[in-house]
Design a protein around this ligand. Structure first.
Ligand code: SF4
Ligand SMILES: [Zn+2]
Length: 314
């Protein structure tokens, strides 16, 4: 692990290194798409994702770039239902829906509580609704929203890493106990949860990155999540680029993502997915990047180990 005695990573330092936000419309989601996912029962199903435009997350995690598509102030009541209505008009009919809001769904300054009823009625035809939240914002509001919903509610929580020193440096403002308590709370109330896990956060070598991602999967399943998604860490938010320039961060290699996904699937403790967005960033080999990406996608969907790609870059 590299040392960084001169750096004080806090909200102010992280925000001071940011660039400009993108221009967003509070009445429209900033993106929407459909992707395939393997369900708990083993079927490959389409899931719609609506990326809601709302007020920036109050946390300032070191690796986060989600602030880029947020507003500075809360959006007015009614805006979030309008965004959902807009997106549903542009999306095909599918059974499952992710409502991702670049922060926490249960942050009242992002999603006004008075909109819950309208949201619940708009999504009543889905079988599952998946939202994301910081573990410290898991409370009775989840139950309030769950009780209004016809579909099953699932919640994704960022665990990031179980390396406690790195977790502190990520400025996540969360302990492993917070994560465990939130998962327990959701489980007690029969709300399935998922975890986001980072592959190679800053200050770790490649092999440490693999080791800690695997330990984080172990921890997440032992806490009670049903599914883990492994996300290779990238630069691009200002602070991470600065760490990259100083040698405190390097993006993980796609081979490591393959190793961690294989590990997670072999555990057989729940579904494990690799985030496959823009994987070209994590490979320097043009010969095998497409094959490796396809292998990761196939393993996500089959939850089986597929034979490794052989290439001169191994
Ligand atoms: S809690 Fe999530 S959305 Fe908020 S800053 Fe951290 S990573 Fe980003
Ligand atoms: Zn190669």
């Amino acid at each position: 692990m590299s040392e960084n005695p001169e750096l004080v990573i806090n909200d102010r330092w992280i925000v001071s290194n940011r660039g400009r936000k993108n221009s967003v419309d509070p009445q429209k989601p900033y993106a929407w798409l459909v992707e395939k996912e393997r369900s708990i029962s083993g079927e490959i199903e389409d899931i719609a994702i609506i990326f809601l435009t709302n007020r920036e997350c109050p946390f300032r995690c070191l690796m986060c770039d989600l602030w880029k598509n947020t507003t500075d102030e809360s959006v007015p009541a009614g805006a979030i239902p309008n965004q959902i209505k807009w997106a549903l008009n542009h999306l095909p009919e599918v059974k499952h829906l992710k409502l991702y809001n670049s922060g926490s769904f249960f942050d009242g300054r992002a999603i006004p509580e008075e909109d819950y009823k309208k949201i619940a009625s708009l999504v009543s035809n889905f079988e599952t609704v998946i939202v994301e939240s910081h573990p410290r914002l898991i409370n009775e509001k989840c139950l309030l929203f769950r009780d209004m919903l016809k579909p099953e509610l699932q919640v994704v929580l960022g665990l990031e890493t179980v390396h406690t020193e790195i977790l502190r440096k990520l400025n996540k403002q969360m302990t492993l106990e917070d994560f465990r308590n939130s998962v327990s709370y959701l489980t007690q109330h029969r709300i399935p949860s998922r975890a986001f896990i980072l592959l190679r956060p800053p200050f770790l070598t490649e092999s440490e990155g693999i080791y800690w991602a695997e330990r984080s999967i172990d921890f997440a399943f032992s806490a009670g999540v049903e599914c883990c998604t492994v996300i290779p860490v990238r630069a691009g938010n200002g602070a991470m680029d600065l760490l990259l320039g100083k040698g405190h961060f390097a993006p993980p290699d796609i081979h490591s993502l393959e190793t961690v996904l294989e590990y997670g699937i072999k555990l057989n403790a729940g579904r494990v997915f690799a985030d496959v967005w823009d994987l070209g960033l994590f490979s320097s080999c043009n010969k095998c990047i497409d094959q490796r990406t396809n292998r990761l996608i196939a393993m996500n969907l089959s939850q089986d180990i597929i034979s490794r790609i052989e290439c001169t870059c191994d």
